[in-house]
Every structure is written in structure tokens, then in C-alpha cells.
Ligand binder design. Structure first.
Ligand code: DAH
Length: 339
């Protein structure tokens, strides 16, 4: 019996040492120590052993089992260590290799200009609000005093979704939306994308951006409008900047004006940049038409206000002296990185 156990032990150890992967170790464990294993078979043969020898044999079996388990455990630990080392070696990182460069993008000139305009108006206590790009004809035209068949509607060739819904041609409809909410006073700017059926060229795009401004309160006068836009122009183009208000017509303001700033390139003497005039047109504005106030639920006897609309691309092109609007939409990083 002793020899038999010795033989099992040697056999098991030999097989353990021959194993090269953990799965094989497991096979050995099952083969020798498992329920149907060789050692268990010996235990089952105990009934043929003389009763006085049984404790001795039992002890021997246990010792053999412990010896085999020991070797199994040691081999398993060794094998795992070798495998782990091989894995670490395979995954080693060569820190001397050149790195993959992550190219970071750049803020778009439109974004930079918008943030500048927002900074100026937020500094004067304005709120920044947004309106929908797909808009009701009612807000884009009707509530702004541009009824059906009004000639002003022709000036803004429009993308119609259906007869009542358009891609907004201007940010002015946000005025009507904010006024209708009825929270007074109002001091807001509304930047956003607008759409017109325009051919692409150096100064036109079917999709561009505007920033609308609106102030409604008691006793707001044209002087407030002038003062506000003067501060805006000086902040945006420099403290030497002068502003000029030229009478104009917009259906939703009365009186209306277009605003020119003195050319920040030549200081007003006249140059190529301002086409010799010394002035550059930057926006449209006026006192909100009493009829517009009424249509939006505000009593024109009690409240008055002013509005203005700036083209964002126009500001960006002027500020960064870009001479072709198309460059703004190509998103060439070499171009964008310059601002
Ligand atoms: N919405 C006008 C346009 O697209 C610009 C404009 C002019 C806006 C006068 C205004 C304003 O708020 O008072 O041409």
C-alpha cells in the first residue's frame, strides 16, 4: 500500500512538472485527487485493509494528498508568475516613442465676435435669449408690421416650409416672442442663425447670423438708443470710434436708422477698407413701432423701447479684416487659427 501511494505521488508530481498551462494542472488535480481520482480509489480500497492498519493507511493517504496539493499549488503560483511576467513584457510601453498629436480646434471668428458682443451687452445688464430658427410667418413678418403682400417681404427672399412656417429671415421675431411673454421691463439680445434665399458670394450666404437687441421700459427715448449703440461701437471697435445715425426705414421701428461707425482702419479719413467714405455701416435700429407694441400686448402709451439688429458675420469680417464671407464657412483650420 505504501509503495502504491509512493508511486501515485511520484506519478502525480511528474505530471505536474510536465504541465505547461494552468488547465493541465487542473487535469492532474482531477485525475489524482478528484472524486474518481486515483487517491480516492485507494481510500475506497480501505475495506480490504486490516482494521488495525486503517489509521496508518489513512494517515499515509492524507500525507500523499497534502504532498500532491502542495506541489500543485506551488506550480500554479509559479506558472501564474511566469504568465504575468510574459504579459507585462508584451505590453511594455516605450515612452521614448514619439507621441500621437491631438490637434485641438480653434474658436470660430463668428464665435469670438459673438462672445465679444455678448460680453458688452451683458455688461450693460442685458439678458441673452434665443428663439426658434423655424418660425411662424406670424412672428417673422406679421407681428413685425410686415403684413402679407408688404413690399418689405420681397426684400427677404424666404425659405417657406409651408404657407405659415418659414426659416426665419431675421432674428427680429424674437422681439415679438419676448414682448408677448409680458415680463417688463425688457433688456435682451437674441443671437442666432437666419436664412434667406441668397446666392453665395463674397458678402452673401443663404444662412448667416444676426444679433437682435430689444429694450422696453417706461420713458425709453431715442437718446437711450443712441447712447447705447455709441457705447457698443466704442467697446467693439475702440474708444476713438464715432457713430453716425442715418434715417432709414424698417417696418417695425419708427423712427428707424442705419448706424455707421467711423472707419477704424483710417480713423475716418477714407481708405480702401471704407471705400473712401470714412464710414462703415454696421446695423439697423429704431424705436419700436407703437403698433408692434400693441400687437405684442404692450400699451404704447405707457411703454416705449428701441431695437437693433446686427449682422454677426459683418462684425467678424470687419473686426478681423476678412474680405470674403465664404472663408467663414469653409472651416479650414489654417484659416481659423489666425484669429
Ligand atoms: N431685422 C433687420 C434686418 O434683418 C435688422 C433690424 C433693423 C433689426 C432694425 C432691428 C431694427 O431690430 O430695429 O434687416
Amino acid at each position: 500500500m505504501k509503495d502504491k501511494l509512493e508511486q501515485i505521488k511520484e506519478e502525480a508530481i511528474a505530471q505536474i512538472q510536465a504541465a505547461d498551462v494552468p488547465e493541465k494542472l487542473n487535469e492532474v488535480r482531477v485525475k489524482f485527487l478528484g472524486k474518481k481520482g486515483e487517491l480516492t480509489a485507494v481510500l475506497k480500497g480501505m475495506k480490504d485493509v486490516a482494521p488495525e492498519d486503517r489509521p496508518k493507511v489513512g494517515q499515509l493517504v492524507n500525507e500523499t494528498r497534502a504532498a500532491i496539493e502542495n506541489v500543485l499549488e506551488e506550480s500554479k503560483t509559479m506558472m501564474e508568475k511566469v504568465l504575468r511576467e510574459a504579459k507585462l513584457k508584451a505590453e511594455v510601453i516605450d515612452v521614448t516613442l514619439p507621441s500621437k498629436k491631438n490637434t485641438v480646434g480653434h474658436r470660430h471668428p463668428n464665435t469670438i465676435a459673438l462672445e465679444e458682443v455678448e460680453r458688452i451687452f451683458v455688461g450693460m445688464g442685458y439678458e441673452v435669449v434665443e428663439g426658434p430658427e423655424v418660425e411662424y410667418d406670424l412672428y417673422n413678418f406679421e407681428k413685425l408690421n410686415i403684413p402679407a403682400d408688404h413690399p418689405a417681404k420681397d426684400e427677404q427672399d424666404t425659405f417657406y416650409i409651408n404657407k405659415d412656417i418659414v426659416l426665419r429671415t431675421q432674428t427680429s421675431p424674437v422681439q415679438a416672442r419676448v414682448m408677448e411673454q409680458g415680463k417688463l421691463p425688457i433688456r435682451m439680445i437674441a443671437p442666432g442663425r437666419v436664412f434667406r434665399y441668397d446666392e453665395v458670394d463674397a458678402t452673401h450666404s443663404p444662412s448667416f447670423h444676426q444679433i437682435e437687441g430689444l429694450v422696453i421700459d417706461k420713458n425709453i427715448s431715442f437718446a437711450d438708443l443712441k447712447g447705447t449703440l455709441e457705447v457698443f461701437a466704442k467697446e467693439l471697435f475702440g474708444p476713438e470710434t464715432k457713430t453716425k445715425f442715418r434715417p432709414h426705414h424698417f417696418p417695425f421701428t419708427e423712427p428707424s436708422a442705419e448706424v455707421d461707425v467711423s472707419c477704424f482702419k483710417c480713423g475716418g479719413k477714407g481708405c480702401r477698407f471704407c471705400k473712401g467714405s470714412g464710414w462703415i455701416e454696421i446695423l439697423g435700429c429704431g424705436m419700436v413701432h407703437p403698433h408692434v407694441l400693441e400687437m405684442c400686448g404692450i400699451d404704447p402709451e405707457e411703454y416705449s423701447g428701441f431695437a437693433f439688429g446686427v449682422g454677426l458675420e459683418r462684425i467678424a469680417l470687419l473686426k478681423y479684416e476678412i474680405d470674403d464671407m465664404r472663408l467663414l464657412y469653409e472651416n479650414d483650420i489654417r484659416f481659423l487659427k489666425q484669429f
